[in-house]
Design a protein around this ligand. Sequence first.
Ligand code: RFL
Ligand code: PHB
Length: 390
Amino acid sequence: MRTQVGIVGAGPAGLFLAHLLRRAGVDCVILESRSRDYIEKRVRAGVLEQTTVNLMHEVGAGERLKREGMPDPLLDIRFAGGIIHIDLKELTPGKIVTVYGQQEVVKDLIASWVKGGGSIEFEAEALGLDGLNSERPNIRYRKNGREDTIECDFIAGCDGFHGVSRPAIPESVLSIYDRIFPFGWLGIISESTPFPEMTYANHERGFALASRRGPHIARLYVQCAADEDLNLWPDARIWDELHKRLGGARKLTEGKMVQKGITPMRSFVVEPMQHGRLFLAGDSAHIVPPTGAKGLNLAAADVWVLARAFDEFFRTGSRKRLERYSEVCLKRVWKAVRYSSYLTSLLHRFEQHTPFERQLQHTELEYLLNSKAARTTVAENYVGLPFVDD
Ligand code: RFL
Ligand code: PHB
């Protein structure tokens, strides 16, 4: 098999890239190690920046999002000193976010990709990437027990944090920035009426978050140990912690828990995001703790830049944008890393904090409560910084 751009991974990064390339008339093939059913059910992110929503429409996959996506103009932060209301619309020039599950984004992108005749191989696991410094790099993969290769002009490594693309780059040319936070999130989906506003809580027992997936589906998280054992969290204990941490004026409604999982909290960035003819995008190049709701949106921003660079190359032969890809993306990536790290530090309980550090955290929350300028900074980053490509 031969293609212009071989895409490893059918997460948001790989799927958005494929759509943008098709629009530009660039030929590509997606290889995905999991089954279609598995990736369409994998519960992850839920908050889309306006630019990501726009991208769904631009690639022609936004119809259901328009009907079922939940526009979210507000977020609340609860803490011992009160409730900070962040009115996104008022504090930014009219911008909001939209709550829509990542698996729904993935479903919609796959459906319109396949409908338009796009090439995608499920249960096709990339085993390794070869010839990255040659004119014809290739992807070795296995499907149905048989090994094969795809010869490409370029490879897009969109295979997430645990994929094969980043490890294909010699360690000696990479700089790695890594911070592991000393806690995780235990996330659930419950068949119950959610809070109407996105609610983050800094509580002395630890962080909690109340989000949603639909009018009768709540998405809830509590801070837990980094190496938490799910067996130690029967449903009753989860509800008890959620009530304690999110309790207050509004009463949380309980419902049947249909999904439970643990998410580690980590910031990780690799520089550069490119080596020879391999370009990394999304979680394969960087991850952020989910507190700022940035991971999926960063993946979309990366491939928007990458698609424009491939388009320019195949139309004009110019490598200018391809050469600047990593530098351009990393500027925006670092801003999201900064913001996610700030919100994570602001909202969680750190066992190792001294009384001095606890006092500083509380004072920062008090400051947000009383300063419109401080709330504006949170809102501006939450709704998302613009896509830029120079
Ligand atoms: P993905 O989604 O991990 O997709 C990578 C794909 O590559 C496949 N793959 C391979 N395919 C072929 N061969 C191989 N050798 C392969 N190895 C891997 C995988 O099966 C997979 O399908 O990466 P991508 O596309 O970069 O997308 C990134 C996002 O998934 C991620 O950043 C977000 O989910 C992070 N995140 C959030 N981001 C937001 O923008 N807003 C949020 O509200 C938000 N909340 C979250 C989150 C992540 C969470 N978890 C579970 C980590 C909440 C949570 C709880
Ligand atoms: C979610 O709805 O899953 C969600 C919302 C906000 C976050 C992270 C995840 O910061």
